[in-house]
Ligand binder design. Structure first.
Ligand SMILES: C[S@@+](CC[C@H](N)C(=O)[O-])C[C@H]1O[C@@H](n2cnc3c(N)ncnc32)[C@H](O)[C@@H]1O
Length: 637
């Protein structure tokens, strides 16, 4: 058959979306026209068309090979240049994409239609933005444009970034992440997207898995995961980080062939390709051969990876959003972390890691894997195989053994918390009684800290550790099920609020910028602003309460640090989820409180925060294993 007829067939198959068959036709066409010595332009056209078909299949390396061949023969072939830009974009080499679009706009201006100029300009801006994110950790433009045009379906996709962190061997914990320079609270460390994100349905009441049923549950998870991985292979073009984790966790994984060991993979494997020097970009793996790779993943391999590398973003009675992450999963846990995490729910669920305390170069970085605002015993139950030995845990271990009153308060705290779901069924009198019991417990904690000889000698931050451990008493006071719905603001409510401010300060000492602390403040303010107009608040000194908190903020380093985290994190944050809390905190700190606009902003943001909390709880709790129902199914988002 004549070459041109074969090309026409290829074009027809392409138009019908049958890209693999189109590629075969173009291959034949290239062979024929090369043999026929039928003119360079035809060879160029063959390669360029095949590149376009590869682009559709997201085989960017192959597409790049083809356009390179085309451009060797004709360096000014417009279609090939555009396809080259698209292939490089797929491979996330944004610096080169920027160069191509700039040159197209400069050198081909006369040949381009207006619509193409607009298109190229948009692509150029997009690539410049992604280049800044991946190389410099600059996200402002993305945030600003999202702010101007918020998307109802969730936050925008963020590119990954790796900043001043490095992996090192750690005794007892295999590896850990360390700071490569002195850090201030709020400094950006790295930004990671999940390699895969799944929505895992869970059976009602099946959220906790006991240690005994763990292996059975794991099998269910793995069955589902296997199905999920199959989906994922079909949907993702870059699975190199997953392969890396397999290598790190199993030693036996065949991918990648680079010299990796269980010890410490080089940071370059986690660094966005765009931020690597060109000489190191050949790390890029060839386009994946899905069936072969799929066959390589056994259940036990997957189990190892899932066990250590999964994060649960949020859960409710029906399902849980879970992702597998590479770099984040190499950071160790502490109950006094120096890093906070913000989660952005977008297509892949982005995690943004920032220092939340001052950190010296060479110090290890830790974040909290789970809720750390609860008694030691409960913290350990979250992750039974991990026994945190941070200074706070060691201190608490000693104190609970030495101070029986503290031990019984901790037990009481956990018991109340467990009963929380039944509070809504209590009669108003019983609810009032339960509230009082909580307040008595909080006062007992304070009394112990002031009067017990063992506790009164603690340093200020250590006292805050204890307060933060028993914070659930305070949180119960905020529980709508315990709310007494009084119309007027009473004196004791004000003093209760002061208790809560104290509690929030304690949380900030333990984990400045923590989303639980921020959520708690917004809940409290929500209660205040919903129940009272400003006029009603003033006689009770409530605006003073705002001011008191602000003056505390100014004189208290830790709290200041927490707000630095928030301010640097998002001066103009997109609304959904945690960022709204951050913005809210920023407002309360930076505005002049004499202007009641602050409270208006708070009301607006609290509404968002409430939405986030009630519709989609955002408090991150990482559990060691996924909870699944009998016939669980993973859904690719
Ligand atoms: C998500 S991984 C963290 C990275 C891990 N160190 C590595 O090299 O792969 C979680 C595992 O790290 C270890 N780990 C993390 N934090 C720890 C801590 N505070 N104390 C002891 N082990 C810890 C535990 O083995 C835990 O199962």
């Amino acid at each position: 058959m004549a070459a041109e007829a074969i090309r026409a067939e290829g074009n027809d198959l392409y138009a019908r979306g049958r890209y693999t068959q189109a590629i075969n036709k173009y291959e034949l066409y290239i062979e024929l026209v090369t043999k026929e010595k039928g003119g360079l332009d035809r060879i160029v056209c063959g390669h360029s068309n095949r590149a376009q078909a590869y682009l559709q299949l997201r085989k960017y390396t192959k597409a790049l090979e083809d356009v390179r061949k085309a451009l060797e023969l004709d360096p000014t072939h417009l279609k090939s240049l555009v396809r080259k830009a698209k292939a490089l974009e797929g491979l996330k080499i944004y610096q080169d994409v920027v160069t191509i679009y700039k040159s197209l706009l400069q050198n081909f201006k006369d040949q381009l239609h207006d619509v193409h100029v607009k298109d190229f300009l948009r692509s150029l801006q997009d690539a410049e933005r992604k280049d800044k994110m991946t190389r410099l950790g600059q996200y402002e433009e993305l945030v600003d444009s999202y702010w101007d045009q918020p998307c109802p379906n969730g936050a925008p996709m963020m590119e990954e970034y790796v900043g001043p962190v490095e992996l090192r061997r750690v005794e007892r914990m295999d590896r850990g992440l360390f700071a490569t320079k002195d850090l201030e609270p709020g400094d950006l460390l790295f930004v990671s997207n999940s390699i895969v994100t799944v929505r895992v349905p869970i059976a009602k009441g099946d959220i906790q898995i006991s240690v005994e049923s763990k292996s059975e549950a794991m099998h269910l998870v793995l069955d589902s995961l296997k199905r999920f991985v199959n989906h994922a292979f079909d949907n993702l073009q870059d699975f190199s980080q997953f392969q890396l984790l397999v290598q790190v966790d199993t030693l036996a994984g065949p991918y990648p062939t680079a010299p990796l060991s269980r010890d410490c993979p080089s940071m370059r494997y986690f660094t966005p390709v765009n931020a690597l020097p060109p000489g190191l970009r050949n790390l890029m793996r060839p386009d994946l051969d899905h069936p072969t790779i799929r066959a390589d993943f056994s259940h036990s391999t997957l189990m190892k990876v899932v066990e250590r590398r999964q994060f649960t973003h949020w859960g409710n009675d029906h399902d849980e959003l879970t992702g597998i992450y590479a770099l984040p999963s190499l950071m160790n846990h502490s109950c006094t972390p120096n890093v906070t995490v913000t989660t952005m729910q977008n297509e892949s669920v982005t995690k943004i890691f920032r220092a939340c305390k001052s950190v010296k170069k060479g110090e290890e970085l830790f974040y909290a894997y789970h809720n750390i605002f609860c008694p030691l015993e409960d913290r350990r139950a979250f992750y039974p195989t991990l026994c945190c030995t941070c200074a706070r845990c060691k201190l608490e271990e000693r104190l609970v053994a030495e101070v029986p009153a503290l031990k019984s308060l901790e037990a009481q705290c956990s018991k109340f918390w467990e009963q929380k779901s039944s509070f809504s069924q209590l009669s108003p009198e019983e609810r009032a009684k339960r509230r009082n019991q909580c307040i008595i417990c909080i006062r007992l904690v304070e009394e112990l800290l002031q009067k017990n000889s063992k506790l009164q000698i603690l340093r200020t931050h250590e006292k805050d550790w204890i307060r933060a451990t028993l914070i659930r008493f305070h949180r119960l006071l905020l529980d709508p099920a315990l709310s007494l719905k009084d119309d007027a603001l009473k004196e004791d409510q004000l003093s209760e609020m002061r208790l809560i401010f104290e509690a929030v300060r304690a949380m900030r000492t333990v984990n400045p910028g923590s989303d639980i602390a921020l959520a708690m403040i917004s809940e409290e303010y929500s209660r205040v602003v919903n129940q009272n107009s400003r006029k009603e608040l003033e006689p009770h000194g409530l605006s003073d309460l705002f001011l008191t908190d602000k003056s505390v903020i100014r004189s208290d380093d830790t709290t200041q640090q927490a707000f630095n985290v928030c301010e640097k994190g998002s001066s103009r944050a997109p609304l959904p989820f945690e960022w709204s809390y951050c913005l809210w905190s920023t407002v309360s700190l930076s505005e002049n409180n004499e202007d009641f606009k602050v409270v208006e902003s708070i009301i607006m943001l609290v509404k968002v925060a409430n939405y986030a909390m009630h519709e989609k709880p955002v408090l991150q709790i990482q559990v060691p294993f996924l909870a699944v129902s009998g016939n669980s199914e993973f859904h690719l988002l």
